[in-house]
Design a protein around this ligand. Structure first.
Ligand SMILES: [Zn+2]
Ligand SMILES: [Zn+2]
Length: 423
């Protein structure tokens, strides 16, 4: 029923340009000619490949969760931790927001993505299309930035280097499985292109060729990318016929929501830096550490690469994100047409770097899991860590709420006016 002329009309999710899709060569990418965003890839691999990788991933996930992750030996005492030990420690200390967050981003969401992807790919391979598939696939796609296993691994590395001079550390089977799982998941992800899955899940809904001058009547679905011509429809917020998401011309109330979240994050950033993120207690004496004193300790120990890594993740990244969003918000409100392509690029960076700020939180979750030898040495998490995790989560949501297409709308409006005055 789809018009062959219309099949393959796509909207660029970053600048809002509607264009015709051409399939790139295997291994290639289709890029937006206006803003440079990647629209989709031709992975050159089939669904079978992705199914095999995801099943391997499930086996590795089980090993990573059952066996010991790391062990810590000091003065004849040994502390063995598993993947979940850090989460349990946060709970014991009453810091349940941190327990929930670390559990979600390192265990629950990666597991959900593995199982969910298999639940989508297996029916697609068999040519079946149960009703729950589009909703499930939409949820899997939204969860993508919240699976933070690779960031966790970097946190493990920082914790390891911090402890290696103090005690004997042994790496467990689970850590090796966890590392392998990250590579398997990356390979699985690069072997499927969401657009291909969406096409397999149904391309219904394309009605007629959108008139070039009625672009505001044409809507692209945020979730699955389906392009619809709603010029005959009276519904302002129709549900997408393919994936069921609400369709909006632009993300609803984008500027206000982003501002509110950015301001909240700025406020939370103050206690995040003032209060200790953890306290090292050895022989009864406690030494509280803030984010910056942690960086200072690395410098004093001549561990420059780690000092730079932690400083970059915990100080530079949150600041670049927050000030970057402020700059983008103001530029939209002033309807600026200055360097649109560069501003879209800035947004792309802001969106992708945010999750790396979690390194410090993950490092703390490893340290508190390993170092609990009573009066000899114990590390306790501090309230600053909760505030800092709040900053990371809120800035991630803020960049999701911001609609980069608003920046390009300013130019389009100017273009319309000059075209009309020329006519
Ligand atoms: Zn674009
Ligand atoms: Zn949709």
């Amino acid at each position: 029923m789809a018009d062959p002329d219309l099949a393959g009309l796509v909207e660029c999710h970053e600048c809002g340009l509607f264009l015709r899709a051409r399939t790139p060569p295997p291994g290639g990418k289709a890029k937006c000619p206006r803003c440079g965003a990647t629209l989709y890839r031709n992975t050159g691999r089939g669904v079978d490949h992705a199914i095999a990788l995801n099943i391997t991933g499930l086996v590795l996930f089980a090993i990573a969760n059952i066996f010991p992750f790391m062990s810590f030996k000091l003065e004849g005492r040994e502390q063995i931790s598993t993947l979940i030990t850090g989460v349990m420690e946060f709970l014991d200390q009453g810091l349940w927001p941190l327990a929930v967050l670390v559990f979600a981003v390192t265990i629950l969401i990666p597991f959900g993505r593995l199982v969910g992807t298999l639940c989508v790919l297996i029916p697609v391979r068999r040519g079946r299309r149960p009703r729950y598939l589009p909703t499930l696939f939409r949820i899997i796609e939204v969860m993508h930035p919240w699976a933070m296993m690779e960031v966790f691994l970097l946190g493990v590395l920082v914790a390891y280097v911090k402890l290696i001079d103090l005690a004997t550390l042994e790496l467990g089977v689970a850590l090796y499985a966890f590392t392998a799982l990250i590579f398997i998941l990356a390979a699985a992800e690069s072997s499927i292109e969401p657009r291909e899955i969406w096409t397999a899940l149904g391309d219904q809904g394309l009605r007629k060729l959108p008139d070039r001058h009625a672009q505001d009547r044409v809507l692209g679905c945020h979730a699955c990318g389906l392009v619809l011509d709603l010029s005959g429809s009276t519904q302002a917020h129709a549900a997408c016929p393919r994936c069921g998401a609400h369709m909006h011309h632009r993300k609803p109330d984008s500027l206000n929501r982003t501002w509110a979240l950015v301001i909240t994050a700025f406020i939370l950033y103050i206690p995040a830096n003032l209060f200790p993120v953890m306290t090292v207690i050895s022989f009864g004496k406690g030494e509280p550490d803030t984010i910056l004193s942690g960086v200072k300790a690395f410098i004093e120990a001549d561990m420059w690469p780690l000092a730079l890594l932690v400083f970059f993740a915990s100080v530079t990244v949150p600041m670049v994100k927050l000030w970057g969003l402020v700059f983008l918000l103001i530029s939209v409100q002033r309807k600026s047409s200055w360097r649109l392509k560069d501003r879209t690029f800035l947004f792309r960076i802001i969106e992708s770097i945010g999750r790396w700020s979690m390194i410090d939180i993950f490092m703390i979750s490893i340290l508190i899991a390993l170092v609990k030898l009573g009066s000899i040495a114990t590390i306790e998490p501090g309230i600053g860590a909760t505030s800092f995790a709040g900053v990371v989560v809120i800035t991630m949501i803020a960049s999701m709420m911001f609609d980069p297409r608003l920046m390009w709308d300013a130019v389009e409006k100017k273009g319309d006016r000059s075209a009309r005055s020329a006519a």
